[in-house]
Design a protein around this ligand. Structure first.
Ligand code: NDP
Length: 318
């Protein structure tokens, strides 16, 4: 089969805050980056509404508009932005090979992985219907919109525990929906939840439906999976915190990753176990997962790529 081929100095995979920030820095360093957007150009933020916690936007901004600003800034310095999806890689030797859309092979001196993560959802039609209108997968991003209101959060891991205590500071009451009779979260995080007066824990409880008035969330219908008792809890916000899946499947077997698939980088660095391959953003961050932290590691990845290429050039000169 005919395979189109191309060589680049710096290939960036992904178009969220990490990918575009890496592109801005790499382009300004004259690495002539080529960026492939993936299936969702702009990443997770294009699926949110208002973003009020990204510095530099004092009035807040809509997620899609912010990502458009990121794209324009990356393009302004000469990044080639292309729609395409990385389907496989071969990191066995330099230059590294990345196949796009199964037909085009790019060889690259440096690869910056910024493929992000995908929030897990319950999969209810009503959850999709009210996504952005009361349903959210990020308490830190959207909790503020529910100040002094009653909300619910589903999940029982560290993320859910952390987000529930975050929400409890803003909201009048937080209903925490735990599907088993115990938490998965660490003991320390559990203690924090249990010691917060305005968090009500509903054990053995599953969400059946997010109830709304057609515009916004007004409640949730839940069922106790032991007693089968059903009830509606009135809330205006519903937070899903049941885990994320990093988009790193194509790197399996090449790059070190943890059991969930988060890429492992060297400490204080975005360097992976393969020389010249750097990882940034949510693909390597399971703790913070913020646009601003993703942008920060995107910057780090580009700076490290630049230093790596400069060191290689120096080696060939002497
Ligand atoms: P986890 O996979 O650890 O937990 C997911 C939680 O969601 C579990 O309690 C699970 O229930 C529940 N869940 C999954 N599917 C459903 C469903 N369909 N309906 C209801 N509940 C569901 O994900 P986290 O995002 O919490 O954490 C991921 C990793 O990141 C962990 O290693 C965690 O320790 C780490 N982390 C660390 C933090 C820190 O150190 N500050 C902060 C945040 C995360 P069940 O228990 O029944 O399976």
């Amino acid at each position: 089969m005919y395979q189109e081929k191309e060589h680049v100095q710096c290939l960036i995979i992904g178009s969220g805050p990490a990918g575009y920030t890496a592109a801005i820095y790499a382009a300004r360093a004259d690495l002539k980056p080529v960026l492939y957007t993936g299936i969702v150009p702009g990443g997770q933020l294009t699926q949110t509404t208002d973003v009020e916690n990204f510095p530099g936007y004092p009035e807040g901004i809509m997620g899609p508009a912010m990502m458009e600003d990121f794209r324009k800034q990356a393009e302004r310095f000469g990044t080639q932005i292309r729609f395409g999806y990385a389907t496989s890689v071969d990191f066995s030797q330099a230059p590294h090979k990345v196949v796009i859309d199964e037909i085009k092979t790019i060889t690259a001196d440096t690869v910056i992985i910024a493929t992000g993560a995908t929030a897990k959802w319950l999969g209810l039609p009503s959850e999709q219907k009210y996504n952005g209108f009361g349903v959210s997968a990020c308490a830190v991003c959207d909790g503020f919109f529910f100040k002094n209101q009653e909300v619910a959060i589903v999940g029982a891991g560290d993320t859910a525990a952390e987000e529930a205590t975050y929400l409890a500071k803003l909201c009048s009451k937080v209903h925490m929906l735990v599907r088993r009779d115990e938490f998965r979260a660490s003991k320390a995080m559990q203690r924090r939840v249990l010691n917060t007066a305005n968090i009500v824990i509903h054990y053995n409880t599953e969400t059946q439906e997010i109830v709304g008035d057609g515009l916004n969330v007004t409640g949730i219908r839940v069922v106790n999976n032991k007693t089968q008792e059903e009830k509606v809890i009135d809330v205006s916000g519903f937070f899903v915190a049941i885990g994320h899946k990093p988009n790193t499947d194509i790197f399996k077997g090449w790059l070190d990753m943890d059991e969930t698939g988060y890429l492992i980088t060297k400490s204080d660095s975005t360097q992976t176990n393969i020389e010249g391959v750097f990882a940034c953003g949510d693909a390597q961050d399971k703790i913070f997962r913020q646009a601003v932290t993703a942008a920060g590691t995107g910057c780090m990845a580009a700076l490290e790529a630049e230093r790596y290429l400069a060191a290689k050039e120096y080696e060939t000169v002497i």
